[in-house]
Design a protein around this ligand. Sequence first.
Ligand SMILES: Nc1nc2c(c(=O)[nH]1)N[C@H]1C(S)=C(S)[C@@H](COP(=O)(O)OP(=O)(O)OC[C@H]3O[C@@H](n4cnc5c(=O)[nH]c(N)nc54)[C@H](O)[C@@H]3O)O[C@H]1N2
Ligand SMILES: Nc1nc2c(c(=O)[nH]1)N[C@H]1C(S)=C(S)[C@@H](COP(=O)(O)OP(=O)(O)OC[C@H]3O[C@@H](n4cnc5c(=O)[nH]c(N)nc54)[C@H](O)[C@@H]3O)O[C@H]1N2
Ligand code: SF4
Ligand SMILES: [Mo]
Length: 679
Amino acid sequence: MEERSLHPSICPYCSVGCGFYIELEKGRPVGIRYMPEHPVNEGALCPKGNAALEILTHPERLTHPLRKSEKGWEKLSWNEALDTLAEKIREVRGKAGPEALAFLGSAKCSNEENYLLQKIARMLGTNNVDNCARLCHASTITGLGKTLGAGAMTNPLSDLAHSECIFVVGSNFAENHPPVARRVLQAKDRGASLIVADPRLTPSAWLSDLTLRLRPGTDIALINGLMQVILAEGLEDRVFIRKRTVGIEGLEKALKKYTPKTVSRITGVPAGDIIKAARTFAKAETASVVYSMGITQHVSGTDNVTACADLALLCGHLGKKGAGILPLRGQNNVQGACDMGVLAEFFPGYVKTDRAGNQEWLKKAWGLEKLPEKKGLVATEMVDAVFGGSLKFAYIMGRDPVNSTPNASKLKKALDSLDFLVVQDIFLTDSAKHADLVLPAAAWAEKEGSFTSTERRIQWVERTLVSPGDAKPDLEILIELANRLGLDATYKEAGDVLAEIARTVPAYGGLSKERLKEGCGLIWPCPDALHPGTPILHTESFSTPNGLASFVPVEFLEPAEPPDSDYPFLLITGRTGLHYNAGSMSRRSEALLCREPELYVELNPADAEALALEAGTIIVIETRRGRTEAKARLTQRVDRGVLFMPFHFPGTNLLTADALDRESKIPGFKGSACRIWRR
Ligand SMILES: Nc1nc2c(c(=O)[nH]1)N[C@H]1C(S)=C(S)[C@@H](COP(=O)(O)OP(=O)(O)OC[C@H]3O[C@@H](n4cnc5c(=O)[nH]c(N)nc54)[C@H](O)[C@@H]3O)O[C@H]1N2
Ligand SMILES: Nc1nc2c(c(=O)[nH]1)N[C@H]1C(S)=C(S)[C@@H](COP(=O)(O)OP(=O)(O)OC[C@H]3O[C@@H](n4cnc5c(=O)[nH]c(N)nc54)[C@H](O)[C@@H]3O)O[C@H]1N2
Ligand code: SF4
Ligand SMILES: [Mo]
């Protein structure tokens, strides 16, 4: 019998970045072995991580380039596929200019792949490049950017174990970032208090010492209310405020009207609980704010995030162990895709594309004479640009917008209206079905590259397996395309691209393939080859030009689409522990699908009784955009008048609204007015 071998790897699902070993026999993956020495997950894996190998060997993996024809899908050679693609890009660019092209990068692909994708877009002359962060933490980049100067998690996850108080708002970490729950429990073991603000009673709320079950979309009122109490009782950290911040006067003025009584009326949270939460948070020696999609995915997303930053600043809970702001990022490399400049408004390293002089720096680094100066389209603006006739070609690498974009029927029409759509994925997703050309990509363990986790930890993933059929690593596909387009891409391997990233992005300056391969990653900023990495940000100064953080007051506004007599329910969409995003991976995992097989909608039993609906009834859910059907799940998790649906199955995003936050352009996935009836 041939020996089995163990190969270190990183989970391809969420941003936590858990490590494990893939066990191989005769080159085939036969199992996962835990990695207790990994600093993030210490050997534990959630159900998705445990099922990760099913994706690699799945019979539906894409194995050949495919072209849509009248007869159906036709297999192509790589030469034919890439020649066709290069020809199309040249043709559209020649006729309609570079702004007719759009590139969507992938938070499931490596830093090197994302870096090269945005570089190709920019070498071709367009800033129309974006990633799924637009639907996720775009508002973190804007909100933390203007207060702290950097839109990233400030402390590592393990730090949570050292917080005396953890204030969680709009995050269901117990299901969506399970290793965070381990840290929270460690903190509670040491006597910490957990406060959870969520309209739903989630497994995360079950762990809490104080649950603030607010009305959906009223977070600004709640957080302003907490800050009002803190100021009224003199619990703020005056020394920190004086030494490290500006703008407290404006905040003080704006908060006056947010008394516990007023805030209780808006949020539905008892005034006594608001006061208790404020005191617990402010009096703690160390406290953390943990937030995620319940805050970011609103048309007030930027303001929600800004309020979180104001709260932490007010109490001096930043820049030290156990004290910080932890926006839990989503995908395994969404942090990296953003760091690499796969964002319309930023070149690599968050250098603004529209600031005078910034082009000069990058032109020099890339040896180019010209770079695009025009503002790029962000992902959520691209749909209207297609209908307006200005956008004609889209390259989608590792995204499934048909099931992840709000108002999906409009999106599908836009995809079909393009002159040419290319989708590069590991499966024939619902989005790929709209493509003219489909390119088969190697999955994570079939290629090498670096991935940046939510705590800014950059980890190297080794190539452990061969990819099925003709599937190729995304990086190879991009290099071959760039060469066909006459663009400079003389990289032999991912390590060469990382070396260029290190020269271009200062926070990645000290990284190399060799260094990353040595251990369990390095946490950026890591500016030079001897630098050990920086787990905690803002210890001495903030990432702003003058080193000071800014208080930015924000006002509560009514949610964008409140229920009314026509659409009396409020629909929240989000996640469940057993599936992942648009579902193209998790719905192909037997281990996950058998436990959570279909689309469901959570409904309060009292509402069900009033409408004579029972558990298991198939109900129709309709919003102003469309309708879908789902099985009723009666549960106290949602309050009366509120519904919850995961978006892991097709249908949910036919319902959601495409109104955007004005600064970050994130859509409000978390609140659509709807009506329901028995099918
Ligand atoms: N199992 C699993 N894990 C995942 C993913 C997955 O699909 N499945 N996806 C990954 C990705 S891409 C991301 S971005 C993260 C997201 O992780 P989370 O942000 O935890 O995910 P969500 O379920 O979208 O939303 C979190 C919570 O916000 C609450 N919420 C809704 N509206 C409001 C509101 O108005 N105010 C407040 N305070 N809360 C509100 C919801 O009830 C929900 O419990 O998870 C990552 N991890
Ligand atoms: N209603 C509603 N909609 C939402 C949200 C919500 O809360 N509610 N949340 C939003 C959020 S936070 C996010 S992040 C987005 C996610 O939106 P998307 O990024 O569009 O969704 P995913 O399902 O994660 O798609 C990733 C794709 O990458 C493919 N893939 C995996 N590995 C590789 C690889 O190595 N190479 C290539 N080329 N492809 C690969 C997978 O097969 C999958 O099709 O959804 C958003 N949509
Ligand atoms: S928590 Fe995230 S990274 Fe860890 S095993 Fe689960 S899905 Fe994978
Ligand atoms: Mo996300």
